[in-house]
Design a protein around this ligand. Structure first.
Ligand code: SF4
Ligand code: SF4
Length: 390
């Protein structure tokens, strides 16, 4: 999969890998804060690993990992004090770059007309800590959606502008991960400013760090690093290789677009619709889903009005409502729309798959519907004609 390159410098000067220890990682957080970044990273909250503002490395999920399967997510203690020893939680960076709710405008009635509220000041640029390879691809996909066409989203552009991405090569794969199938991980290859690999064993706890942009190289030069010995570089390679070999799931993508587009009436759509609650969880947790709707509010006195944009989902009946009813009235049509858009039509529309293999939709589906299993089921009994089983 070749995602659209996000804005900003993508080529880094050739720099030898360096090592940061835990104090050095704190120095990285301090340096980003001192440069005015709004630093966001993984933290523990309500039994899950979620992204929030952080200032200290102690706020990271020290010594925790996650166990994930279809419809299941549990935190578990690790035997060590790894800072990034988990896969991905329910949230993605979408929450910050494309937030669940955004005020578009607010107006106030005056005696001779109305005034609009002044535009809010531009936000401080984000610095994201611990961005996984699949998430880099998801950000690149949303860059393509929001910035790559004729009509750019100014709110997204403002939040994305100047963001500093500290990526992390994954050291653990969840039972729901399949980035290796999608060509999106577990190694972070592009779209970051710095990339870390956590090295932890009985003798060391370090982070191998490599810059991915000029901004990353400049920041790295200001940190207390030491040269990485060949053993550290080899250990980092082994971390990624081990993670790639321990993916919890697989998805055969060969001919998948054509397979799904040829099978709009496959009986599996009825079968999955019988289980699907149309709750929209899968679209909320998906790092690439981008659909929204707008809502207008006025106060009871008719003095103030505002328009907000909110995440919406192809699983709601309202989302496809036009005069007279919903275009996608059945659960079957909504699940089919979501999955075929992700894995097939997205390629026609944006040039890449809409799925990066993060596995969130599998873990957070309350009935454990698994996109990899659904695709495999259709592949196992494909239709024969141009319209599949129609
Ligand atoms: S469809 Fe599922 S596995 Fe794919 S990117 Fe979205 S949440 Fe992740
Ligand atoms: S597939 Fe699962 S998460 Fe998605 S709408 Fe259906 S029940 Fe909800």
């Amino acid at each position: 999969m070749q995602p659209t390159a996000p804005p900003g410098p993508q080529t880094a000067p050739p720099v030898s890998p360096a090592l940061l220890d835990r104090a050095g990682l704190q120095a990285l957080l301090d340096a980003l804060a001192a440069r005015g970044f709004d630093v966001v990273g993984p933290t523990l909250s309500d039994g899950a690993i979620v992204y929030d503002r952080i200032a200290r490395i102690e706020a990271l999920p020290v010594g925790w990992t996650d166990r994930q399967d279809a419809g299941r997510y549990r935190l578990q203690r690790r035997a060590d004090a790894a800072l990034f020893g988990y896969a991905v939680g329910p949230q993605s960076w979408k929450r910050f770059l494309h937030p669940p709710e955004e005020l578009l405008w607010r107006a106030r009635r005056q005696a001779d007309g109305f005034t609009t509220a002044p535009a809010p000041p531009p936000p401080a640029p984000f610095a994201f800590i611990g961005v996984r390879a699949c998430e880099l691809h998801a950000i690149a996909i949303q860059d393509r959606v929001f910035l790559g066409g004729a009509h750019q989203d100014p709110g997204y552009a403002a939040r994305r502008q100047g963001a500093f991405l500290v990526a992390l090569n994954c050291g653990t794969a969840a039972g729901t991960c399949f980035c290796a199938s999608m060509g999106t991980g577990p190694r972070a290859e592009t779209g970051f400013d710095l990339v870390l690999t956590e090295l932890i064993d009985a003798n060391r706890h370090d982070f191998l760090v490599v810059p991915g942009s000029d901004a990353g190289a400049a920041l790295l030069a200001a940190l207390p690093t030491r040269p990485a010995e060949p053993e550290a570089v080899a250990a980092a390679e082994a971390v990624v290789a081990h993670t790639a070999a321990s993916m919890g799931r697989q998805l055969d993508t060969v001919g998948l677009k054509e397979l799904l587009q040829a099978n709009p009436e496959h009986p599996r759509w009825d079968e999955v619709a019988a289980r699907c609650l149309a709750c929209a969880n899968c679209t909320m947790v998906c790092p690439t889903c981008f659909c929204t709707s707008v809502a207008d509010h006025t106060d009871l006195a008719g003095i103030e009005a505002e328009r907000v944009k909110r995440w919406d989902s192809c699983f709601t009946a309202d989302f496809s409502y036009i005069h007279g009813g919903s275009v996608r009235a059945s659960g079957k049509s909504r699940y089919r729309q979501w999955m075929t858009h992700k894995l097939a039509h997205w390629i026609d529309q944006f040039g890449t798959s809409g799925c990066v293999g993060c596995g969130r939709c599998i873990a957070w589906c309350p009935v454990g519907i698994d996109i990899t299993a659904e695709a495999a089921a259709i592949r196992a009994t494909p239709g024969k004609g141009p319209h599949g089983n129609a």
